[in-house]
Design a protein around this ligand. Structure first.
Ligand SMILES: CCC[C@@H]1OC(=O)[C@@H](C)C[C@H](C)CCCCC(=O)CCC[C@@H](CC)/C=C/C=C(\COC)CC[C@@H](O)[C@@H](O)C[C@H](O)CNC1=O
Length: 154
């Protein structure tokens, strides 16, 4: 299934970028990409978004396993014509597994994408987070569009 290849690609890209950051940068070290906008900063997060539930690894394992099993089930069950939906699910699957690998072996997640959206210093994230957020975003948009279409038809 092409969707599992997409998830594998995300996992590989996520783990490669994290490995490069861990290997070549000290924690806290920052490289300017675009002044005042984009930096690569080596960071670790023992929690979820914004560091919530730091250290609750058992909780993260359980939630991630439920998310991963749910996603695999939906990808297997997906009708042939819903390719975009399938791509969104595989982005989420790759992202969830990417962070799961970090939590399993490092007991924390490696983050390095440091952006300043306007002056707000957005939490530092990684490839897996981006895939998750993009995947969630596409699912939300498709669901809203689906709902709108049904309303127009009814
Ligand atoms: C993106 C999901 C977070 C990701 O969830 C995962 O792994 C999943 C598969 C497993 C979690 C245990 C369960 C989801 C918790 C839900 C959550 O957290 C609310 C999310 C809101 C979201 C709206 C969509 C905002 C976005 C935030 C950020 C991402 O910006 C691109 C900032 C990321 C930085 O705080 C970075 O340090 C985080 C670190 O890398 C660990 N990442 C995780 O826990």
């Amino acid at each position: 299934m092409i969707y599992f290849l997409i998830a594998l690609f995300i996992i590989a890209l996520d783990q490669l970028t994290k490995w490069l950051v861990v290997k070549n940068m000290q924690i806290g070290e920052s490289i300017t990409i675009i002044e005042n906008f984009l930096y690569i900063t080596s960071h670790r997060n023992p929690g979820a978004a914004w560091g919530i539930l730091a250290g609750q690894m058992t909780f993260f394992y359980i939630v991630t396993l439920i998310v991963v099993i749910g996603l695999i089930y939906y990808i297997m069950k997906l009708p042939k014509d819903q390719k975009i939906f399938g791509i969104a699910l595989s982005l989420m699957l790759g992202g969830a597994i990417g962070n799961f690998i970090d939590r399993l072996f490092r007991k924390e997640v490696v983050d390095f994408v440091n952006t300043y959206i306007f002056t707000y210093d957005f939490p530092i994230f990684n490839v897996a987070d981006s895939a998750l957020v993009v995947g969630v975003g596409i699912v939300l948009v498709l669901t809203l569009l689906e709902g709108k279409k049904e309303k127009e038809l009814s």
